[in-house]
Write a new protein. Structure first.
Length: 202
């Protein structure tokens, strides 16, 4: 690590993933924070693409798809995928957790500490993005319709589906009532009721 002077290695006895992530956030110094979970990797041009968008547009939160195929390298993102008004909380409570943590970049000015809820063993990221959206209602969101990262095919999440669904429903229900639009509330409640019925039927 000595030759990488721009890298700070943090060592902690904390076993909780949320606490470890929050330590990293608290120790960071840059204007833009990017996350990369264990086992995940970024495409070689991701940092340059993200830096370009944050430098040239008033982006507060950026995310993109992830893929399990690392066979295509290059520079590719859509100029049309520029910041849009923040409707992310509505989409999150209706459609669920569609944001991969390792795809996220956020501006320091938009961070609300703690970013991740300590002690939440499943769906930490889902709760974090719902909370962020609630606290940053006027933020600018940028979605890049291009996979700029890769994740492991077998990361263990599928083996914990019951706990994930239970936490997912609880988080969606909590933030559903924070959305002002009644139509969104009804749609979110119906979709999440279906998820709960699926869990009960198992």
């Amino acid at each position: 690590m000595d030759k990488y002077t721009c890298v700070t290695l943090l060592v902690s006895d904390v076993a909780d993933a949320a606490a470890a992530r929050n330590i990293g956030v608290g120790s960071s110094r840059g204007d833009v924070l990017m996350f990369c979970d264990a086992g995940d990797t970024w495409r070689s041009d991701k940092v340059r693409v993200v830096k370009y968008l944050f430098d040239t547009h008033k982006v507060d939160f950026l995310f993109h798809p992830m893929t399990t195929t690392a066979s295509i390298e290059g520079i590719s993102f859509n100029e049309k995928s520029l910041p849009v008004n923040n409707l992310m909380l509505s989409d999150l409570v209706i459609y669920g957790s569609f944001i991969v943590t390792s795809s996220v970049a956020m501006s320091r000015s938009s961070i609300v500490q703690p970013v991740f809820q300590d002690g939440l063993t499943h769906c930490q990221d889902y709760e974090a993005w719902c909370h962020w959206s609630l606290k940053n209602k006027n933020a600018q969101i940028c979605y890049i319709d291009e996979a700029l990262g890769y994740y492991e095919k077998d990361n263990g999440l599928s083996r914990q589906i019951d706990k994930r669904l239970a936490n997912h429903f609880a988080i969606a229900l909590r933030y559903c009532y924070q959305v002002g639009n009644n139509a969104v509330k009804i749609k979110a409640l119906l979709r999440n009721a279906i998820r709960l019925l699926y869990l009960a039927a198992k």
